[in-house]
Ligand binder design. Structure first.
Ligand code: NAD
Length: 355
């Protein structure tokens, strides 16, 4: 296959970690006979410095013309005093909107080799866990009708949770398709005992479930889900949920892995083109020092192979190489805990050796 990938390196550690992922993709191309063409575009603080705006038009056009997009991170103290709509982070919302991405995939995986990093008790995380949270990204209460009005007790403010059948159907399909690539188990999380929108959510998810007889589908109330994530995280394979519940639960799930430098993410829309990025920020405190852990970005590249290009063996090869590096006790400083740590470039070389 020949594929065109737009690179948005961004700020801080962004360039270092994206460079690592590019090296890994080149190696995969060599091994499996694919050609990856990379075109860099500006985003975030570096784009403000060069063009005066965080998301130049050229970047949007380039991303829309690509087969998929790999992003590092944006932001840093240099741009912190700019007004809200000129901040580097504004570019993230802008590019997600321009690419019409409504599905957010957030894996939270605790590797057995890193179980000491989890804040959970050893007996709970003994076998690690591997959860994929599928969060609806463009609907629900964050986008619903809102405002101020005079109420029973005087001034009041309101926000509205609203989901259409269409929005639920498409996110449910994304979840069942993700589950087909994993352990074929979906837990749909809602608050159907209280919310009307959750009742439509539940009903619609089950209608779509009937199209995927190879995947099991059960429901869980969000308050129970918040408890189950810390009590028994290994029961989850794929979680599908609304924008707000997904926002909260995906942060909870990332925290119980304990290692921010390891977690990838993907945002997808109706086409195969996606936006793949680590969940962490630009880590200005360690930028340019060869200290960043590139694994979250390398695993984001693996997700791109899997979800945008359907290259399952190639993605697995990257995941196996990362597993092998960790099993061999090779660590960057953020996950070293007393063991000797190596740098960004060196751990990238170790991953390459195992591909
Ligand atoms: P951060 O995620 O950048 O850093 C938090 C801590 O984790 C820091 O100590 C950092 O050194 C460490 N860390 C993060 N990624 C790491 C990695 N790959 N390897 C090793 N250590 C790592 O969060 P922050 O400090 O709150 O934010 C810094 C900047 O990043 C801010 O400008 C913020 O707005 C921006 N940010 C951007 C994104 C994004 O681009 N998607 C997300 C979050 C924050």
């Amino acid at each position: 296959m020949e594929l065109n990938i737009a690179l948005l390196k961004g700020d801080g550690i962004g360039p270092e970690i994206v460079d690592s992922a590019v090296e890994v993709l080149y190696k995969i191309g060599e091994k499996f006979g694919h050609k990856f063409n990379f075109t860099p575009y500006l985003i975030g603080g570096c784009a403000i410095d060069a063009t005066g705006e965080p998301l130049p038009k050229e970047t949007v056009v380039g991303c829309l013309a690509s087969d998929s997009v790999l992003l590092g991170a944006v932001g840093g103290p240099k741009w912190d005093t700019l007004p809200g709509n000129m901040r580097p982070e504004k570019a993230l919302l802008g590019i997600r909107a321009a690419m019409e991405l409504y599905t957010n995939l957030r894996p939270a995986k605790l590797y057995p080799a890193l179980k000491g990093d989890s804040p959970l008790r050893p007996d709970i995380v003994d076998n690690g866990f591997d959860i994929m949270i599928v969060r609806e990204l463009t609907g629900g209460i964050y986008f619903g009708d809102r405002g101020y009005r005079e109420g029973k007790y005087g001034e009041e403010a309101y926000d509205t949770e609203c989901y259409s059948r269409m929005e639920i159907e498409r996110i449910a399909r994304a979840a069942f398709e993700a589950a087909q690539k994993r352990n074929k188990n979906v837990i749909s999380i809602d608050k159907a005992n209280v919310l009307e929108s959750s009742r439509l959510w539940r009903k619609t998810v089950h209608e779509i479930a009937a199209e995927y007889p190879d995947v099991t589908c059960t429901d869980m109330l969000v308050d129970n889900a918040a408890m189950q994530l810390v009590k028994n995280p290994s029961q989850f394979d794929v979680i599908v949920t609304s924008n707000m519940f997904g926002d909260i639960l995906s942060d909870e799930a990332s925290q119980i892995t304990g290692s921010i430098g390891m977690l990838a993410s993907a945002s997808l829309g109706a086409t195969k083109r996606g936006l793949y990025e680590p969940i962490h920020g630009s880590a200005p405190d360690i930028a340019g020092k060869n200290l960043a852990n590139p694994i979250a970005t390398v695993l984001s590249a693996a997700m791109m192979l899997k979800y945008s290009f359907g290259l399952m063996d190639e993605a697995q090869c990257i995941e196996d190489a990362v597993d092998a590096v960790l099993e061999d006790g090779i660590r960057t400083a953020d996950i070293a805990h007393g063991v000797d740590a190596i740098g960004t470039k060196e751990i990238t070389a170790e991953i390459l050796k195992r591909i």
